[in-house]
Design a protein. Sequence first.
Length: 239
Amino acid sequence: MIQFFRQLSGKVNSNLYASLQNQSSLQQMAFLRELQREMKQKNNLDVPLNELKVVVFDLETTGFYPERGDQIISIGAVKMTGNQLREQETFYTLVQSTLPLSEEISALTNIYDEDLRNAPIVAEALMQFFQFIKSDLLVAHHASHEQAFMKKITSDVLRTRFDHRIVDTSFLIRLSNPYMKSAPLEEVCEECGIKVADRHHALSDAIMTAKIWKHYLQLAEEMGFQYLRQVYEYLAKIG
């Protein structure tokens, strides 16, 4: 009889756990659908630059190619309104990886396998990140890297589209040099007089990128631009 109740208790606990998992999954999907709906309704191109809310973010990864299995190992982000950094509103997480980190990646990022063992799994980390950014416009340096990983991993792990617009810092940098090609973060920081610190730490890189965005957003305003749409139209004309 005792064994029967133990078995029954195990089944109840197992069913309860499965039910909670399903409920959590449904809540996540509802949240992601609501984000997609909000993003469709937003028109960031016509928000005054001094009111524009963005989240500047950075990913550290095991490599450059998500389609070949490279993974995210950390995410850092900071919020901005106009050219004001909201430095109290930051996000940082390590992310579990199923791949052992190479010596090169550990030396570059100062992240090691043991650091990732108790980190959130990628699904949890992504949901935490989405809850932080909500439907805000995203900004990144060399944004194609971040976009490729976010699209691939959001699709693979959360089974939904990554619909956030990501603006590359080079978009505004071109206002001062229309022909400038992509440059490493530290070079752009030096050009802007921004101190380089803790390079390849996701949050530190996000904050430095935010300072670059601030620098060139101020330039855009000094040049008379009031909205992102005007900047897009101007850059399209000059090629």
